[in-house]
Design a protein around this ligand. Structure first.
Ligand code: PLP
Length: 395
């Protein structure tokens, strides 16, 4: 018998991939399935970005690049940060990675070990907890509450810090709740962190361009007082509809960059070279595709929430970011994962059960509006019919 280390038995999963696979399987078998479980834009990567990758391949860019990314791409990210956040970051602190997820992998590996504690949002992106437990560290959930519009509560985060806390994972705009943490709350959090100088912060800002109404995205990078312990996670996947390209960027404190470089050398060597050229084109080219996508999401967001709020037993706050809603389904009487499974198998609508994002996700579903308005309407109509004909006593 082979004997893999126990850490691998502690790895969690991302059930959205399993739902995607099951929805595809049902569709392949002839079922009409509407996918509102999806965690990626339903738009194509902009044409000029695709062309840049094709050109790179035709120009013979077939070899390795620097493990931390093409210098021109790191410069482009630094210029993008200066433009969008108004902060000057030397390009040697920018790291190019094969997808945003790799930054969380590296950051959590760098701070997690038995005896350490790492704070993460619950409900939140499931990989945070999975990776924390993989390292042997204690995963400490920070409750993300509907009554707080799914924003972080600074006092609650700070109250969970102990002498063993090594890292805090933050995510705004958030998956799955679509909460956006307002500036006042971020200010309070940063001020409180000054009392805990040895605690690092991983700020996952991958949905930074997807905010609606008058809401602003506040980047943790705009706070110089914590910049020497902040790891910023971002990337191309959501903003430029590039989930399958596997391309992300992060900003690391100077004290960690050499460790990060060695981690890259020891694992992925470098990101696919043609993809990196596409990344330059995305940042430096026209941004109209991003603007059009975000305004389409905005319109669908309103439609989705209006329809959800008409369903029996369902209520949804108006989400302020990303492309998800996180409706409360407690008054339907259904447990969230059972409802999600019944909707997929019996009503042909894929959504994700809230508990797939943490224990505090019970009572909620994640509904994505990265689908056409027509599909959203048909999908939610089906959910309405199902809930009307399958009422359960409210627990
Ligand atoms: N962070 C959050 C909050 C996400 O929702 C996702 C993807 O769903 C990622 C990171 C990972 O992005 P990528 O596909 O670039 O690895």
């Amino acid at each position: 018998m082979v004997r893999p280390v126990a850490a691998f038995d502690r790895l969690g999963d991302e059930n959205a991939f399993a739902v995607l696979a099951r929805a595809a399987e049902l569709s392949a078998g002839g079922r009409d399935v509407i996918n509102l479980g999806i965690g990626q834009p339903d738009f194509a990567t902009p044409e000029h970005v695709v062309e840049a990758a094709v050109k790179a391949l035709r120009d013979g860019k077939h070899g390795y690049t620097e493990p931390t990314g093409l210098p021109a791409l790191r410069e482009a990210v630094a210029a993008h940060i200066a433009h969008r956040i108004g902060v000057t970051i030397p390009a040697d602190r920018v790291m190019i990675v094969p997808g945003g997820k790799v930054t969380m992998f590296a950051a959590i590996m760098m701070f997690g070990e038995p005896g350490a504690e790492i704070l993460y949002p619950d409900p939140g992106f499931p990989i945070y907890r999975s990776m924390i437990e993989f390292t042997g560290a204690l995963a400490v959930p920070v409750p993300i509450r509907e009554e707080n519009a799914f924003a972080f509560a600074a006092d609650e985060v700070l109250s969970l810090i102990t002498p063993r806390t090594r890292l805090i994972v933050l995510n705004s705009p958030a998956n799955p709740t679509a909460g956006v943490t307002p500036r006042g709350e971020v200010n309070r959090l940063v001020a409180g962190l000054l009392d805990h100088p040895s605690v690092a912060v991983l700020s996952d800002e991958i949905y930074d361009r997807m905010v609606y109404d008058d809401v602003e995205h506040v980047s943790l990078l705009s706070y110089p007082e914590i910049r020497n312990r902040l790891i910023l996670l971002n990337g191309w996947s959501k903003t430029y509809a590039m989930t399958g390209w596997r391309l992300g960027w992060s900003v690391w404190p100077t004290v960690l960059t050499e460790r990060f470089r060695r981690f890259a050398v020891n694992s992925w060597s470098c990101v696919n070279t043609a993809t990196q050229y596409a990344g330059i084109a995305a940042l430096e080219g026209p941004q109209t595709a991003v603007e059009e996508m975000v305004s389409a999401f905005d319109k669908r967001r309103q439609v989705t929430v209006d329809l959800l709020n008409k369903l029996p037993g369902v209520s949804s706050v108006l989400p302020k970011g990303a492309f998800y809603t996180f409706p409360n389904i407690t008054r339907t009487g259904w447990a969230a994962k059972e409802l999600a499974s019944a909707l997929l198998e019996r009503a042909g609508v894929a959504v994700i059960g809230g508990p797939d994002f943490g224990e505090l996700g019970e009572g909620y579903l994640r509904v994505s509006y990265a689908n056409s308005e027509e599909n959203i309407r048909t999908g939610l109509e089906r959910v309405g019919e199902f809930l009307t004909t399958h009422r359960l006593p409210v627990r």
